[in-house]
Design a protein around this ligand. Sequence first.
Ligand code: XMP
Length: 327
Amino acid sequence: MAVERRPEDMVRITTPELAQVFIDEQIKEIREQVGDKKVLLALSGGVDSSVVAALLIKAIGDQLTSVHVNHGLLRKGEPEQVIEVFRNQMKANLVYVDATDRFLDKLAGVTDPETKRKIIGGEFIEVFAEEARKLDGVEFLAQGTIWPDILESEEGIKAHHNAGGLPEDLDFELVEPIKILFKDEVRIVGEQLGLPHGMVYRQPFPGPGLGVRCPGAITRDRLEAVRESDAILREEFAKHGLEGKVWQYFTVVPDFRSTGVKDGKRAFEWSVIIRAVNTKDAMTAAVENIPFDLMCHLVERITHEVPGVNRVLYDFTPKPTGTIEFE
Ligand code: XMP
C-alpha cells in the first residue's frame, strides 16, 4: 500500500543514490497498485508530469497512455521536446493533440484575464476528456501532485489540482507517485530517470501559458511575437549565464501599438516588455539587474528578428506592487 503522507523522518532526497532508492520503491508500488490495468496521464511537459511519465514508463511501459494537449499557448519548442523525449527516446505511448485552433477560436475577443483563464482551463479538461473516452479500459489516472500541493490545499491556500474537474463518467482511481516529494527532490528524481536537465530544471511556467503574457484579447500575431521574443530571451540568458540564476524571465506583448521607424518608414507596431525576477516563494519578487550591454543586445535582436515589434521595454516593478505575470 502506498504511503499517503510524507513520513516525518523521511530523508531529503539530495543525491542520485537516494533518488534511485525512491525510484525502485515507487516502481514496486505502482506495479502493485495498477496490476495489468491501463493508466492515463495528462503530460504537459512541466517538471512534475514529466517525472511521473518517466516513472510510469519504467514501471508499466505500454500500460501508460500519456496525452499531450498543445493549447497553442506553449513556448517555442516545447511540444516538439515532449514528442522527442517521450515518444522517440522513451518509447512512450503518447497521444499528441494539436488543439491550437480550438483554443484560439474560443479565446478570440476575450479580454478579461479571469475569463481567459477559465476558458483555457475548461477547454483543456474537455479536450483531455475527449481523448480519454477514445481509450478502452483505462482505470487509473496518474497525476503529478507533489507534497507542497497537498500542504497548500490543506491550509486552504490553493485548490489541489487533482482529478476534480473531469466529467463524472470518467471515474478513475488516482496514481500519484511523487506526492510525498518536495520540488527539489522531484528534479533530482527526474534527472536520475534520464530526463533532460533543461526539462527538469526549467523555470516555472503558468498553466494558461503564453495566454497570460498577451494581455487583453489574444491575437495570433501578438502570440507569435511573445513566443519568438521569449525564445530569444531564453537563448540569451542561457548564453550569458543567467539561466538557473534568475528565477523567472519572460516577455509580454500588450495590446497597444506605438509609432516607430524602420528602414526609413513609419512603423506602427507592438512593444515587447521583458520581465526578469527573483523570488523564493513567488509571494514577493525582486527585479533582476540585467547588464546594460545584454539589454542593448536583446533590444537589437528582438526589434530585428520578431515581426511586428518596434520597441523593447523593461519592467522594473517588484512584487508588490506588480504581480510576476501581467494578468
Ligand atoms: P503572480 O503573477 O501571481 O505569479 O505573481 C506567481 C507565480 O505563479 C505563476 N502563475 C500561475 N501558474 N496558473 C499557474 O499554473 C496560473 O494561472 C498562474 N498565474 C501565475 C507565475 O508564473 C509565477 O511563477
